[in-house]
Design a protein around this ligand. Structure first.
Ligand SMILES: Nc1ncnc2c1ncn2[C@@H]1O[C@H](COP(=O)(O)OP(=O)(O)OP(=O)(O)O)[C@@H](O)[C@H]1O
Ligand SMILES: [Zn+2]
Length: 463
């Protein structure tokens, strides 16, 4: 059996992955706060965990992996969006969950086993907070419940920082009801117009961190295998999750392996909603870029390295996938190439696995006279382990956009120009099409248009 090795943030070492229970490998990924469209950066760990999910299912069996990714549907950012727009909170969260599913489906990400919503786990959160208070790790003050950071000696171990360093680096909210400025909110009071639930500390709502601890505990138990998120969540979110869960369940270990992805950047800075330097997955899809192209670009850089999105990468990926899809016509799955499996098992080396796929494709293409039946089947199975060349993502290479109206129009303009000998309108339309990355072929028999690798539907002008 293949052994997976993972770079574990907790130990700062690359370790052999040994599941607690090979019959039920369990992992948790911090999901989105649902008030807006997901930006491209948000897809990075979704795609990484999707590949990990597929790899674990391949190694341990499809029914032996439990993957949980939550929706944070109670949060001050959601309340603010509702106040701005005058819309009910539930409309906003429902709509955003629908968008999220549509966008991640378009990238070929499998749905996790469970997608818990925070608002459905309020009783479990209240129970965990009560337990933390009973054990002396938390306290109630002025309608709040707070975690007492100095009650947990290992606080900061994940990021390897001292509490003093963390105070210096973080925007710690000083509040009169806190015993220590580092103490963080488990529960806070809700005023009018803000969602709330009755609790032993009054009418209120949970803090963000307790949500993940309560949902992970309920669905995965006191000890589970893998926990992930972006490295921007290491502190404070993951430190706080660890503190809460370890103190509430000292018999458990919470998560054994922690995986943190680096950021998708824009001009050297993290792409983020707060910085406003983002574009959404939907923006790219609406430009006519297929989800499969986005997926292969995102998997083209190891998750531990920062990366950029560029149009050149997308154009190259389009060419590659078109060629690969042609190559596998009629092929059926047999099982993946062991080298691809080994590369993915080596700390999810998706970039290396793609290189191997390129080499395999090259070899098949170099032997056009040979049938390559088995080679094609192995190639297809290997690509599918990365969620590529799947049926769900198929079909885009044939006709991403319907260019027939443009072809008809150009044909008509040309016929007219043949009579008038004025080709200005034909030239203008041709240069508009070329500018949008359309390949134009005009022959005696007609006009043929095809979206080229640099195709950009937004540059097409109406005719
Ligand atoms: N630029 C990015 N690259 C990779 N992952 C990211 C990026 N931005 C956010 N993430 C990850 O996406 C998930 C959801 O993050 P979140 O909703 O906080 O997005 P955000 O853009 O950082 O929002 P905000 O700026 O409002 O905090 C988290 O796992 C986070 O680590
Ligand atoms: Zn979380």
């Amino acid at each position: 059996m293949t052994t997976i090795r993972l770079q574990n943030t907790k130990t700062r070492k690359r370790e052999d992955f040994v599941p607690i229970d090979p019959q039920n490998v369990r992992m948790y990924l911090c999901g989105p706060t649902v008030y807006d469209r997901a930006h491209l950066g948000n897809s990075r760990n979704v795609l990484l965990f999707d590949v990990l999910f597929r790899l674990l299912r391949h190694i341990y069996g499809a029914d032996h992996v439990t993957y949980v990714r939550n929706f944070t549907d109670v949060d001050d950012k959601i309340n603010a969006r509702a106040a701005e727009t005058g819309r009910p909170i539930s409309d906003i969260t429902e709509e955003t969950v629908g968008w999220y599913h549509a966008d991640m489906d378009a990238l070929g990400a499998m749905r996790p086993t469970h997608e818990p919503r925070a608002t459905q786990y309020i009783p479990q959160m209240i129970a965990m907070i009560e337990d933390l208070i009973a054990k002396g790790h938390a306290y109630a003050a002025e309608g709040h419940a707070l975690f007492a950071v100095d009650s947990y000696a290992d606080y900061g171990a994940l990021s390897g920082r001292s509490v003093d360093d963390m105070i210096a680096g973080a925007r710690v909210e000083v509040a009169p009801y806190k015993r220590n400025p580092m103490d963080f909110v488990l529960w806070k009071p809700s005023g009018e117009g803000v969602p709330g639930w009755d609790s032993p500390w009054g009418y209120g709502r949970p803090g963000w961190h307790i949500e993940c601890s309560a949902m992970a505990h309920d669905l995965l138990g006191a000890t589970f295998d893998i926990h992930g998120g972006g490295n921007d969540l290491q502190f404070p979110h993951h430190e706080n999750e660890i503190a809460q869960s370890s103190c509430a369940c000292p018999e458990g270990e919470f998560a054994r392996y922690w995986i943190h992805n680096e950021m998708l950047q824009v001009e050297g800075k993290k792409m983020s909603k707060s910085l406003g330097n983002f574009f959404t997955i939907r923006d790219l899809l609406d430009q006519g870029i297929p989800g499969e192209v986005i997926r292969i670009v995102m998997l083209g850089t190891h998750y531990g390295k920062p990366m950029d999105w560029t149009a050149a990468k997308a154009a190259q990926a389009t060419k590659t996938l078109k060629a690969w899809r042609k190559l596998i016509k009629g092929a059926e799955e047999v099982g993946p190439d062991q080298e691809v499996v080994d590369l993915l098992a080596d700390d999810l080396n998706t970039a290396g696995a793609l290189m191997r796929l390129h080499a395999m494709a090259k070899e098949i293409a170099a032997n056009p006279q040979k049938d390559c039946h088995i080679e094609k089947a192995v190639f297809l199975s290997s690509a599918r382990l990365l969620g590529l060349l799947t049926e769900e993502l198929g079909g885009w290479d044939a006709a991403t956009v319907d260019l027939s109206a443009f072809a008809d129009k150009l044909g008509a303009l040309r016929a007219q120009a043949m009579e008038t000998k004025d080709f200005a309108a034909v030239d203008a339309m041709k240069s508009m099409l070329l500018g949008a990355g359309v390949e134009v072929r005009m022959s005696k028999t007609g006009v043929e248009l095809e979206a080229g690798p640099a195709f950009d539907a937004t540059k097409l002008e109406d005719v």
